[in-house]
Design a protein around this ligand. Structure first.
Ligand SMILES: [Zn+2]
Length: 552
């Protein structure tokens, strides 16, 4: 059963009083917007938008709604990564590298104040959780595995983005209405062909909870809702450029966005949806212009889909942003040092129009036969470039420096020779990123990433401080000493055990379950353990229930 939000009767005990205070404060004000759609182009700066616009030959969907810029630095680095940057957008708090919606560690940039001790490593409530507590429907759409850093920041709480298995488990227990993207492997245990080490079958949990689980675009089209967990690839989805050739059964980003809006918008209380164009970042890492343009234009179509919905009404806020820039791409490179003012549209676009595959797909086709002759032939077929044997050799030599991603060498060596595009890095860069907003309550001007998160919360009428108190109570502080114990007998599935006044409660970590009095209840939030502090957090609702408060 699902417990609903409720107020305790005024009664004895300091816990009850505190809880009463929490619940009164968490009375959630009406926000400016009924619905909020946040679309994030991962790893995209202004220059990438310019390139995509030239390629499209028309304005981008969000061109007309530019409202400002976002400073992306994180608490411990001038250059951001998706985990802390996405967390800032999701929680309204700046945090540390690798962290997924938990508070920052003590060590911060010299420009930043040291975070208060009680904030460190603490789970931070997200706008998605706030929207759900308010009774809105919620959704996540991505072209990466949905456990990837940016989408994860909106629903999970872990001290490292690499804890994919845990992130997926939290996602399944989070009660999100529509989840669409890649990453099916983490639903299924290893012995059944999946990636989970803990032997848990999360697909079975989802089916029990009434979800449809489409795995193809066709099945997605037929899915009725209201609960859909559609994962269309074992790992990440295919680059948009390669989809027709490699994964024609996968839906496009705009298709997933349209379906999510169609299902979520049936809720009269409104909805919150996060959509990520995940792979623009990977294309930038690879210095791969064709993959970059195709995925950014796929994102553009998703933005158009969201704006088409919002423009028919007055109650929907559409926000478009990036978490950071990647690759340091520029229109103009060392080859144009002296000729930049004679750059024609053809100079810019012609070499790019011939590229028919992502660098990764091109490299995969090369296979084991890594001779200069073979590379020349494949580059001619897939990228339309007649490179010399000398250049092919240079690419193969450069590829040896990237054993995990040898295809990084293609753009690195060939872009400066055959395009007018420059790249400065295979990593991220630290500049401000453009921000776009349409609808009631959108932010303006130059703001920080965490202020973007705060603006989103405000538009939804979420009091983040109250929400944090409601969803994440430190269990050890809510009960007398000695009554709370983390049982890690099963390392893969720790359980918080609470014994209080003869009651025994079990709260499996990373789930929303409370087992007590022979019953299993679904809580309104997750049970989260912070290994760095040893603290375990539970929804105030669980505390109240264990204290013996009646739930209507
Ligand atoms: Zn990246």
């Amino acid at each position: 059963m699902r417990l609903s939000a409720h107020r305790p009767r005024a009664s004895i005990g300091v816990f009850s009083l505190l809880l009463l205070l929490f619940f009164c404060q968490s009375a959630l004000a009406a926000g400016a917007a009924k619905n909020v759609i946040v679309l994030i182009a991962d790893g995209t700066g202004a220059e990438q938008y310019t390139l995509a616009r030239w390629f499209k030959g028309a304005p981008l969907a969000q061109d007309a709604i530019l409202t400002g810029m976002v400073r992306t630095h994180i608490s411990d680095s001038v250059v951001a990564d998706s985990a802390p940057s996405g967390s800032a957008y999701a929680t309204g708090t700046r945090t540390s590298d690798k962290f997924i919606s938990v508070g920052p560690r003590a060590k911060v940039l010299s420009s930043e104040p040291s975070p208060p001790e009680e904030l460190r490593y603490r789970p931070l409530a997200t706008v998605l959780e706030g929207a759900r507590v308010q009774g809105r429907s919620t959704g996540i759409v991505a072209t990466a595995g949905v456990w990837h850093a940016t989408p994860a920041a909106f629903y999970a709480h872990v001290p490292s983005r690499t804890l994919e298995s845990t992130i997926m488990k939290q996602g399944v227990h989070q009660g999100i209405d529509v989840v669409l993207g890649g990453g099916r492997g983490y639903l299924t245990p290893k012995h059944a062909g999946g990636l989970r080490e803990d032997g848990q079958d999360l697909a079975a949990v989802l089916r029990e909870r009434g979800y449809e689980l489409p795995t193809t675009a066709k099945e997605l089209g037929a899915a009725k809702g209201p609960k859909i967990f559609g994962l269309f690839a074992g790992g990440h989805m295919a680059p948009d450029l390669d989809r027709a050739a490699l994964a024609p059964q996968e839906p496009a980003l705009a298709e997933m966005t349209a379906k999510a809006i169609a299902v979520l918008s049936k809720n009269p209380k409104g909805f919150f949806l996060m959509v990520e164009g995940s792979q623009v970042d990977w294309a930038d890492h690879a210095n791969d212009p064709a993959h970059l343009i195709s995925d950014l234009l796929a994102f553009d179509r998703a933005v158009q889909t969201a704006l088409d919905y919002a423009k028919k009404r007055k109650d929907t806020l559409v926000l478009v942003v990036s978490d950071h820039n990647t690759g340091g791409m520029s229109i103009g490179n060392m080859r144009t040092n002296k000729s930049y003012t004679q750059t024609s549209v053809e100079d810019l676009l012609e070499p790019l129009r011939k590229m028919r595959a992502s660098a990764a797909a091109l490299w995969a086709r090369l296979g084991k036969d890594q001779t200069p002759e073979r590379l020349q032939a494949v580059v001619r077929e897939d990228w339309g470039l007649s490179i010399t044997a000398e250049e092919a050799k240079l690419v193969l030599e450069a590829a040896a420096a990237y054993p995990e991603e040898p295809y990084y060498a293609l753009g690195q060596i060939l872009c400066p020779r055959y395009t007018v595009l420059g790249w400065t890095t295979h990593g991220h860069t630290g500049g401000d990123v453009p921000m776009f907003a349409y609808g009631p309550g959108g932010p303006k001007g130059l703001i920080a990433g965490f202020e973007f998160g705060q603006a989103t919360a405000k538009a939804l009428g979420i009091d983040l401080a109250a929400l944090n108190r409601r969803l994440f109570v430190d269990a050890a502080l809510a009960f007398p000493p000695g009554s709370v114990r983390l049982d890690e007998t099963d390392k893969n599935a720790p359980v918080l055990r609470i014994e209080h006044q003869g009651r025994r409660a079990e709260l499996p970590v990373n789930t929303n379950l409370l087992r007590m009095d022979g019953r299993e209840l679904h809580l309104e939030g997750l049970v989260i353990h912070a290994p760095d502090t040893g603290r375990t957090y539970v929804p105030a609702q669980a505390v109240q229930r264990i204290l013996g408060k009646r739930v209507p």
